[in-house]
Design a protein. Structure first.
Length: 71
């Protein structure tokens, strides 16, 4: 079950990483004014962080399940 769940989670992590492409647009107030945020400067930092954290989580979780600690 965990391997199947992580297969789906891998796809979702890919979707998350794709959201870092380009510019984010935020609605600032009830009038609908928008603000844009260019992520270029932070993109590589965020991608590295996402990869490291997700890989660690996946590895640790699967190891715990293999060792019977996740019951």
């Amino acid at each position: 079950n965990a391997k199947s769940w992580f297969k789906d989670a891998d796809k979702e992590v890919g979707v998350l990483k794709n959201t870092l492409e380009g510019t984010l647009t935020y609605i600032q107030n009830a009038d609908g004014e928008q603000e844009e945020f260019d992520q270029t400067e932070y993109k590589e930092k965020y991608l590295k962080y996402i990869d490291e954290q997700y890989k660690r989580f996946r590895k640790d979780t699967l190891l715990e399940l293999k060792n019977g600690e996740g019951r």
